[in-house]
Design a protein around this ligand. Structure first.
Ligand SMILES: [Zn+2]
Length: 246
């Protein structure tokens, strides 16, 4: 497999915490998921990001290339993991970019803006392309790999019939699995992280943490920034073992 090009160094723009609202439609039990958590709309937009000195490297084309790379890398990673366990692997059915609220239907429910989700009803990952592009420009390309890795992990949970009691457990496991996919792929040499990518990932995780005070058992709780960072880092450093997948 060609080594995805990872040569850009994207300056870390100050992260506006409210910019990112990573939510998931994850209903690994097989039923259609409901929308991810509700968060305020982003306070920063592409216009803001565009005003920063990005040396013209963060184009929509590069964004789409990274999204494609991230999906391919995740698919290859899980295919290999399944093979190791003697399991048949089925990739997700589709990766869908959307721009309008409700444009993409997941089990009878329209997906909202400022979000990315795995929809178990259609076995697809969908993301608000304007939101993801803004995050790509503000946080960096590594965030896209994390985002796809996290949502792909929900598809894997469904395939492995992993259904945790609480949403937060399901979410933190997906963060750990995303860390394992990035860390392992890097260790295998098929993904190269640049200087700064880890800082981007840290900033991304910081930004997607729940607001302080979010009850851990709440519907849609994903974990605090600290919990999410720890979960991701466990997988990143130590592969799938700490994720409790196998
Ligand atoms: Zn999730």
């Amino acid at each position: 497999m060609p080594v995805p090009r990872r040569t850009r160094l994207v300056a870390l723009a100050p992260v506006v915490a409210a910019l990112i609202a990573l939510g998931c439609v994850s209903a690994p039990g097989g039923e259609a998921g409901s929308g991810g958590e509700q968060r305020p709309a982003p306070t920063a937009t592409r216009t803001t990001a565009a005003g920063e000195d990005l040396e013209g490297t963060d184009t929509p084309q590069e964004f789409m290339e990274d999204v494609g790379d991230a999906e391919r890398v995740a698919e290859a990673y899980w295919k290999a993991q399944f093979k190791k366990s003697g399991l048949e692997f089925q990739p997700i059915s589709r990766l869908i970019a959307y721009e309008q609220e409700g444009e993409v239907d997941c089990g009878g429910q329209g997906l909202g803006l400022n979000n990315a989700a795995y929809c178990s009803a259609g076995d697809f990952i969908a993301y608000d392309v304007n939101w993801a592009f803004a995050a790509f420009r503000q946080i960096g390309d590594a965030f896209i790999f994390y985002l796809l890795g996290h949502e792909y992990a929900h598809a894997i949970q469904l395939r492995l019939r992993i259904q945790k009691e609480f949403t937060i457990e399901q979410e933190l496991q997906a963060d750990c699995m995303a860390g394992a996919y990035i860390g392992d792929t890097e260790r295998q040499g098929s993904l190269k992280l640049d200087d700064g990518d880890l800082e981007e990932l840290a900033a991304g995780l910081e930004a997607v943490g729940d607001e302080p005070g979010q009850p851990w058992f709440a519907e849609g709780a994903h974990g605090s920034a600290k919990q999410r960072t720890r979960a991701f880092d466990n997988g990143y450093q130590r592969s799938l073992e700490p994720c409790g997948v196998s």
